[in-house]
Design a protein around this ligand. Structure first.
Ligand code: GLN
Length: 303
């Protein structure tokens, strides 16, 4: 398979396509990102790597970080599934209404309420969860240059009213154990992680490769754990658009409001794409198109 040739076609087809999406601005710092940014990187299980455009430029990974924190919680904590469910939400990522219906137990770990519970679990488990998360990301990428973007974290802290509401509501119902400020500080930092498409594609290789790191052959996550996380990415990775993504692209994946999307084909490749304008569901409009084209041109989706 000539992946680079296929990526070149995708770039040519889409680079000048100005979609109708809107760059997220509810986190003020994200509004400064130019809408024309576009990059894509594909990492193969063989160790080869292909890319185009702005694929080596870092951006705010936002909700993509929820996959890393879930992986850490599964590795180090017990009792997660008593506090968060594993069902698709069919609702917006920051829905308050559903949480009330569900009595404070979030539908899944990839919506904000679910990720806040996972953040609470990690705050309970570690003295310095921010450092543990950073060390984990450094280990899976073999790249210690990856860092939090303190300006993005501070920006979201100023305006993250919905997350403040979600965490307070769950605290009232007993599903948050720590001080609210500690949980939010960790959550806003995980979302602020700055990574490039290339770094993300390499990071997600651990989910492609059954929990084994390509660069040193270490089994860092259990195979059973990556199987479950991949299933959740398939059913819950795109909020109320998980069905559409599955239908059009046919891969497990996760999006973020920074305009990034990562998807994996188990045992074959992981791929990351970045284009800031978002559709009405908070997913990158051009990113979804690019991934749809990738699985159509390669014939490699999981279906
Ligand atoms: N979907 C996202 O990427 C949302 C993450 C963002 N930090 C928020 O909580 O609103």
């Amino acid at each position: 398979m000539n992946y680079q040739a296929i990526l070149n076609i995708i770039e040519k087809d889409l680079v000048n396509y100005d979609d109708l999406g809107k760059v997220a601005d509810y986190i003020p710092e994200l509004a400064f990102v130019p809408r024309h940014k576009f990059g894509m990187n594909l990492a193969c299980i063989s160790g080869e790597n292909f890319g185009f455009g702005d694929h080596q430029e870092t951006f705010s990974i936002q909700s993509i970080s929820k996959v890393f924190t879930l992986a850490l919680a599964k590795k180090y904590a017990k009792g997660i599934w008593k506090r968060v469910d594993v069902e698709p939400s069919g609702n917006a990522f920051n829905s308050l209404m559903q949480l009330e219906q569900d009595k404070g137990v979030p539908r899944n770990p990839f919506i904000n309420s679910g990720a806040l519970v996972i953040a609470d679990i990690l705050v309970s488990t570690f003295d310095n969860p921010k450092q543990v998360l950073l060390d984990f990301v450094h280990e899976i990428t073999n790249d210690t240059s990856i860092a939090y973007d303190e300006e993005v974290a501070a920006s979201e802290k100023k305006t993250g009213y919905r997350n403040v509401a979600l965490v307070n509501y769950m605290k009232a119902l007993g599903n948050i154990r720590n001080e609210i400020d500690l949980v939010l500080d960790f959550y806003f930092h995980q979302c602020s992680l700055a990574m490039s498409c290339k770094q993300l594609a390499n990071a997600f290789m651990v989910f492609t490769n059954d929990g084994i790191l390509l660069h040193n052959n270490k089994q860092i996550l259990k195979e059973n754990s990556t199987k479950r996380i991949n299933a959740l990415m398939q059913t819950c990775g795109f909020y109320d658009e998980a069905g559409e993504f599955s239908f059009r692209v046919g891969l497990p994946g996760k999006s973020g409001v920074g305009g990034g999307i990562v998807a994996i084909h188990p045992d074959k490749y992981s791929v990351a794409v970045w284009s800031p304008p978002l559709n009405e569901h908070g997913n990158s409009e051009k990113g979804m198109r690019a991934l749809e084209e990738l699985t159509s041109l390669t014939g490699l989706s999981i279906f």
